[in-house]
Design a protein around this ligand. Structure first.
Ligand SMILES: [Zn+2]
Length: 278
């Protein structure tokens, strides 16, 4: 199998990867693994010491869970509870979690508690952004708690998914039949992504911008535009919550799929003669 994988765009928190010659099923498996299998660290339990704010403990705990925490180091430092040889429980042991605390009291003024107020025992595990509001305290109100952050996977709860978006798209194939095209320019005007432009020798096309909305096909009176997609090219887009770098999410997803296949192979090999394992 000959294939080509290349990064076509890398932004602050996203990556666009072009797969050429890789089956769609495999690209989709990577996408799914990025969302549900790649671990990251998030707050799992909260012990409230004092909460006189307007929000219930449960609401605050839920909000805390959704704060993305830096997970780059955590992946090697901590163990997933189900994989922990020490405890093997969701309860967790020292190797499974880190403690994050907070104690804020609003004195004379209304005070907003932000993710930046969280104090983590582990400097490698901290909020991705310090500006995520947790609760607004009226004068005299206090919020104090001790929370435990542990590794988890998106399939358990979406707060553990390091990818906020992961999608696979087809790549558009746009053809203009020059024998039919009269250079009326209607497609140029109607296209929301500016795929077409008029050049001296005909209509020029930039396929990479096309979102397959088909407006050009509808507006063309001469049936000069052929719109389709490539059968063997797909674009994988991964956007990160900030917990892990997008390329790390991609690589971890691949690693997880490879491990699953290896485990499957080993199990199937045990069947011996039935499947001809070697
Ligand atoms: Zn443990």
């Amino acid at each position: 199998m000959s294939f080509n994988v290349s990064v076509v765009e890398r932004g602050d928190n996203y990556i666009k990867i072009l797969f050429d010659g890789v089956p769609l099923q495999l690209v989709n498996a990577i996408r799914r693994a990025a969302l549900t299998e790649v671990p990251s660290i998030a707050i799992a339990d909260v012990l409230f010491i004092d909460n006189t704010s307007a929000l219930y403990d449960e609401i605050i705990a839920h909000r805390l869970g959704l704060i993305p925490l830096t997970s780059d180091e955590a992946l090697s430092k901590y163990r997933l509870p189900e994989e922990c040889v020490e405890c093997g429980e969701v309860e967790g042991c020292e190797g499974c979690y880190t403690i994050i605390t907070l104690d804020v009291t609003a004195k004379e003024e209304v005070t907003t508690v932000y993710s930046g107020d969280l104090i983590s025992q582990d400097p490698d595990v901290r909020p991705v952004s310090p500006k995520i509001p947790i609760v607004v305290l009226a004068p005299g109100q206090r919020l104090a708690f001790e929370a435990r952050a542990r590794l988890g996977r998106g399939k358990e709860h979406i707060k553990w998914s390091p990818a906020t978006v992961a999608n696979v798209t087809y790549l558009a194939k746009v053809g203009v039949d020059r024998s039919r095209c009269v250079l009326c320019g209607k497609c140029v005007d109607v296209c929301p992504r500016k795929v077409f432009s008029v050049a001296s020798n005909g209509i020029e096309v930039d396929e990479s911008k096309c979102i397959l909305c088909k407006q050009c096909v509808k507006v063309c009176d001469y049936e000069a535009i052929n719109l389709g997609w490539y059968d063997d090219k797909y674009m994988l887009y991964i956007e990160s919550s900030g917990a892990l770098a997008p390329e790390r999410i991609f690589l971890e997803a691949l690693k997880i799929i490879a491990n699953k296949l290896r485990n499957l192979y080993e199990e199937v090999s045990k069947l011996g003669g039935y499947v001809g394992g070697s």
